[in-house]
Design a protein around this ligand. Structure first.
Ligand SMILES: C[S@@+](CC[C@H](N)C(=O)[O-])C[C@H]1O[C@@H](n2cnc3c(N)ncnc32)[C@H](O)[C@@H]1O
Length: 276
């Protein structure tokens, strides 16, 4: 299958200057500007999935690995009664708690919220400063910061994720390929975690799904769970994405009818476990 480059040959909006800072406000403001909404949309899919995963694995607590965890956005939404819009509001310059440079205030902002205590979330992201923030703010328990696209996971990192139940990701497929998933799943294969990924159009999941097949997982794309990721940044970006989708024979009706780019949902579970 044809593949597309992670930056769409320079036409994809470049958020990378916001990925690896000490504080999350710049990231949040940049993403709010393009109505980056996928973590909120994903929450409504991940929450029932977490319940199903708990039931199927007969567990009352799940260890989740968030690939491309960044500043702990998915972790904050999944563990607390909080919305992405609230995070965006708190990233406002001067007035927002999340734009302060006081980590105690950030921690308090999250700990003051109702929190579910049955998720242990480990982040995986080479953006070390963002990941450190997520840990200091109490959003993730631990992190893997080796870039698994280019290097093996260290023994101590492998130990952190050994007994994972569920691997999730939003907004990072493209940067992250089957190379990362091969290394990640090799380190977690003993506990056979489920894998749930949102994949922004026009990136494809086939190489990752094939890798997971090699570990005994069956992957299904669930078109009914297609979600908005963010708005197009420019007409040029829209043109390039629509051209790539056409080349890949992807259904582009949603992109053509709205001003949003969508993300497809893929779920992989050990063969024999019903997916639906
Ligand atoms: C658009 S952000 C998505 C962050 C978060 N998941 C969300 O939806 O808000 C993309 C993330 O992918 C991360 N990333 C880039 N290359 C990566 C890699 N090789 N392995 C894991 N994460 C990577 C970036 O550091 C960044 O945090």
């Amino acid at each position: 299958m044809k593949e597309v480059r992670h930056d769409l040959n320079g036409s994809k909006h470049d958020f990378t200057p916001t990925y690896n800072n000490r504080w999350p406000d710049r990231y949040l403001r940049a993403h709010r500007q393009l109505d980056y909404i996928i973590p909120q949309q994903a929450k409504s899919v991940f929450e029932p999935l977490i319940e199903r995963c708990m039931q199927a694995r007969q567990k009352t607590r799940l260890k989740i690995i968030d690939v491309g965890c960044s500043y702990g956005i998915n972790a904050s939404l999944l563990s607390h009664r909080i919305s992405l819009d609230e995070l965006y509001v708190e990233a406002a310059p001067r007035t927002g708690v999340l734009s302060t440079r006081d980590i105690d205030k950030h921690r308090a902002y999250f700990t003051d919220r109702p929190r579910r205590g049955d998720l242990s979330i480990i982040g995986l992201d080479p953006s070390k400063r963002a990941v450190e923030y997520a840990m200091r703010a109490g959003l993730i328990e631990a992190a893997v910061t080796s870039n698994l696209e280019h290097q093996d996971i260290s023994d101590s990192e492998a130990e952190l994720i050994r007994d994972a139940d569920l691997i999730i990701s939003t907004g990072c497929i493209g940067y992250v390929t089957d190379r990362t998933f091969r290394r990640l799943y090799t380190a977690t294969a003993a506990s056979r975690p489920w894998v749930a990924s949102f994949v922004m159009h026009p990136f494809t999941y086939s190489a990752i799904a094939e890798t997971l097949t090699g570990f005994g997982l069956a992957t299904q794309e669930m078109p009914e769970l297609l979600q908005r990721q963010r708005r197009f940044s420019t007409q040029k970006e829209k043109r390039v994405i629509l051209n790539a989708m056409k080349m890949l024979k992807m259904d582009d009706r949603f992109e053509r009818s709205t001003s949003y780019i969508y993300a497809s949902f893929h779920l992989s579970v050990p063969t024999g476990i019903p997916v639906g």
